[in-house]
Design a protein around this ligand. Structure first.
Ligand SMILES: *Cc1c(COP(=O)(O)O)cnc(C)c1O
Length: 432
């Protein structure tokens, strides 16, 4: 099979790299041969049709990236909530938006693009996603907020029912960032179908890729039409370039759509490969003082995009992280993400720290942050310094705790069992 031959075993073991199969070339060539090399064509039509059906959302618009899809989603939400604004101010101008704290910054940057202010909501330990209790705390301080941006980390759906019911109670809209979770289900439905506006990404390291690309999904046909128009510089139906509102160059190319069309044939296979990787790790680590990223299989079926582990607090050796470097002190029987990541890179395997929480990013240092206890800014700083605990004995700032103790393991589809065994032995050796 082609995908096994691509990486000889002595080469690098990747975190998650593109896995091609052959059909991608057929669809790229179809675009080339028919000369539909730009932003119109059969690959685009097919990819939109297939994904809208798969996710269970009535309309899908193929865009240049997940970030572009998030940007147009928050602009739509802002205009629906607050009306149209002058372009230089943005549709969320002066308004707060509740956002997942432990995520990739593409989830939250679009709020700033539209002039809004992200308010970060802490994570919970059950799925590592937005904590409904922290969201309630945020609403109790800012009851007028009308928009929530919710991400599903590492392919595991968050507490969607709880968050949707809080949103409903407060009349808030939801942008669902399913960039990492395409193909993951929650109670019989697919992620990417729960928000008012939903986003998938086809970036190079996602569960399937187009080399780049994103998808906007919504049940509203009118919203889909607006996104389609905005994505092609908001051209009006006129003989010349006529523009009545601000536009973007955000449309996907038919060539990229060809890659995705080929990859879609292998989505379930990719998920099965990743699931195999996750459970091999889980079994191999059962006697170590670590846990895998949590999955509640009673409510969801993740796409297992990345396998992660979290070290038990008692088994952590001392570790200090500055803004750009990390130090640790090795201790017998103990380890830390810094030691494991460096051991992995020693065998040419790529791991990664957990996504560093947004509230701890210098670019967002002034934005509010909420934990299940309320405003988390003071607690968060105390925790970084000394390990502040909440009344329930758990760290008060959960996303920072997961960042401190967790890491992403090599999760590449093309990793052989032999290569994964090397990774496993390397991790185990860190605890000797
Ligand atoms: C990858 C990713 C995005 C952005 O998608 P791009 O296609 O890279 O722009 C957004 N949110 C999350 C959670 C992601 O992992």
């Amino acid at each position: 099979m082609l995908k096994k031959e691509l990486i000889p075993s002595e080469k690098k073991i990747w975190l998650s790299s593109p896995t091609m199969h052959g059909e991608e070339m057929t669809f790229i060539k179809e675009a080339y041969d028919s000369n539909w090399m730009s932003t119109v064509g059969k690959n685009l039509d097919e990819v939109e049709r297939i994904i809208s059906e798969k996710v269970g959302c009535r309309n899908a618009v193929a865009l240049s990236s997940g970030t572009a899809s998030l940007h147009l989603s928050v602009r739509l939400a802002g205009e629906r909530l607050y009306g149209t604004h002058p372009a230089e101010k943005g549709s969320l101008s002066g308004h707060k938006v509740f956002c997942s704290d432990m995520t990739f910054d593409a989830t939250v940057n679009p709020v700033a693009y539209e002039g809004g202010e992200a308010v970060f909501i802490d994570s919970e330990y059950d799925s590592w996603n937005m904590d409904p209790a922290a969201l309630e705390q945020a609403f109790s301080v800012y009851p007028d907020v009308k928009l929530i941006v919710l991400a599903h980390l590492y392919g595991t759906p968050g507490k969607i029912d709880e968050i949707r019911s809080i949103a409903k109670k407060h009349g808030a809209l939801i942008v669902e960032d399913a960039a990492e979770s395409f193909g993951a289900g929650y109670k019989e439905k697919q992620t990417g179908s729960f928000g008012d506006y939903n986003v998938i990404s086809f970036n190079g390291n996602k569960i399937i890729t187009g080399s780049s690309g994103g998808m906007f999904l919504s049940d509203s046909e009118e919203d889909a039409k607006r996104v389609r128009k905005w994505s092609t510089q908001s051209r009006e139906n006129a003989p010349w370039y006529q523009h009545e509102e601000l536009g973007y160059n955000y449309r996907m190319s038919n060539v990229v759509a060809g890659v995705i069309r080929g990859q879609l044939l292998h989505l379930e296979e990719h998920i099965a490969d990743k699931k195999g990787i996750y459970f091999r790790y889980k079994e191999a680590f059962k006697d170590l003082p670590v846990k895998m990223n949590p999955i509640d299989s009673a409510v969801c079926s993740p796409n297992y995009w990345l396998s992660c582990l979290i070290i038990d607090q008692e088994a952590m050796c001392p570790q200090v992280r500055g803004e750009k470097e990390a130090l640790y002190t090795p201790e017998e029987g103990k380890s830390c993400p810094t030691e494991i990541l460096s051991a992995l890179s020693g065998i040419n395997a790529e791991g990664r720290p957990i996504w560093k929480p947004m509230h701890s990013q210098p670019v967002y240092r002034m934005n509010p942050f909420f934990t299940r206890y309320g405003s988390g800014r003071a607690l968060s700083n105390a925790y970084i310094a000394g390990g502040e605990k909440g009344a329930d004995g758990l760290p008060s700032d959960i996303s920072m705790d997961i960042f401190n103790r967790g890491l992403c393991l090599p999760s590449d589809n093309k990793m052989t069992e032999e290569e994964q065994n090397k990774v496993i032995e390397t991790v185990k050796a860190c605890f000797e």
